[in-house]
Design a protein around this ligand. Structure first.
Ligand code: SF4
Ligand code: SF4
Ligand code: SF4
Length: 316
């Protein structure tokens, strides 16, 4: 039987914990080392789920046009530009000498061609990562939802029911990753005022199909499957990368002992989570419930003792 602490924040199997018959939990392992930034995942998600347009102009941060996840961005491909790691920091492996392709050097839009620099741009690397709702083992969004709009599916995933959400927005600050958001926009736009996020394609996986984003990914950076098996695959991939000298490779969200009891959608990163815009140590608020209850109990006892002392003092 799952202990109270594990029910609130530790390792657990969320589907059976929510009353479903035991079956393998479904999720994503995103291997960012093989993402090529094509955004096919973003497009497939929009197409399949009818998610409205979320901004077509680049933000001035590499090739990013949305900046992060949101009500109309259920997949977000981050582009992080960094100076290339020297071969001394990571020996061999994926750190390869750049190959000259004879391409022109990148410059700002509208820059004068004649004034274009003739020197090559400093060598840099792109970190690309397709972010998504983490379908947390302990989902704060679901815990605080007063209407039951957010629910745990039989696959262990977390889904919003659009027709039950009343738009109160409690889930928005509760999510430790800043994923879920109420949709804003002109009247007539789908689901304005309703909390929105990735459903892990509940309709598709219920029919035995792969989620649209994973199906569209040409490099298999997004891998869909049983979470237990994906965790093993991810650990093996990290071991292989370490053997190849890519010592910065690490998993994010795969540890059932972390602050949300492990994520259903986890990642292989090549740098600190903050570099990709991810919180380094996310925590579900229910983790603090026992401590909060203890402190509230102590405060109540202190109040009672004060009231009793004042009552007895008056009688003397
Ligand atoms: S990442 Fe946020 S929105 Fe997604 S399940 Fe976890 S708490 Fe909910
Ligand atoms: S699983 Fe489905 S809803 Fe979630 S990001 Fe992928 S395509 Fe979109
Ligand atoms: S489809 Fe795959 S390779 Fe393309 S941006 Fe998305 S995760 Fe990266």
């Amino acid at each position: 039987m799952t202990s109270l602490a594990d029910q609130l924040s530790g390792p657990s199997d969320p589907g059976p914990d929510a009353g479903w018959q035991a079956q393998p939990r479904k999720g994503f392992f995103t291997d960012t080392t093989i993402c090529i930034g094509c955004k096919a995942c973003e497009v497939a998600c929009k197409e399949w789920n009818g998610v409205p347009e979320d901004g077509l102009s680049l933000l001035g941060q590499s090739y990013d046009n949305t900046g992060g996840l949101g009500a109309s961005t259920w997949r977000h491909v981050a582009f992080v530009e960094q100076p290339a790691r020297s071969a001394g920091k990571q020996e061999a492996g994926l750190v390869r000498e750049p190959v000259a392709l004879g391409m022109p050097t990148l410059r700002d839009a509208g820059a004068d061609d004649a004034a274009a620099p003739t020197t090559e741009r400093e060598d840099f690397r792109w970190l690309m990562s397709s972010d998504v709702c983490k379908h947390c083992t302990h989902a704060a969004c679901l815990d605080v939802c007063p209407t039951g709009s957010l629910f745990r599916t039989e696959f262990g995933t977390v889904v919003v029911q659009d027709d039950i959400c009343n738009g109160c927005g409690y889930c928005v600050p509760a999510c430790p990753y800043g994923v879920i958001e109420r949709r804003t926009g002109p009247k007539g736009l789908k689901n304005v005022g309703i909390a929105q996020k990735c459903t892990l394609c509940y309709d598709r996986i219920g029919a035995g199909a792969t989620p649209a984003c994973a199906q569209a990914c040409p490099t298999q950076s997004i891998q869909f499957g049983d979470v237990d098996e994906l965790r093993e695959r991810a650990a093996a991939r990290v071991a292989t990368l370490h053997e190849q000298g890519v010592t910065d490779a690490r998993l994010y969200g795969a540890d059932p002992q972390d602050g949300v009891g492990g994520a259903g959608a986890f990642f292989l990163l090549l740098d600190d989570p903050e570099v990709y815009g991810l919180p380094p140590d996310p925590v579900v608020t229910t983790r603090d419930l026992p401590a909060m209850a203890g402190r509230a109990g102590l405060a109540a006892l202190a109040l009672l003792a004060g009231a009793a002392a004042s009552f007895l003092g008056r009688r003397r």
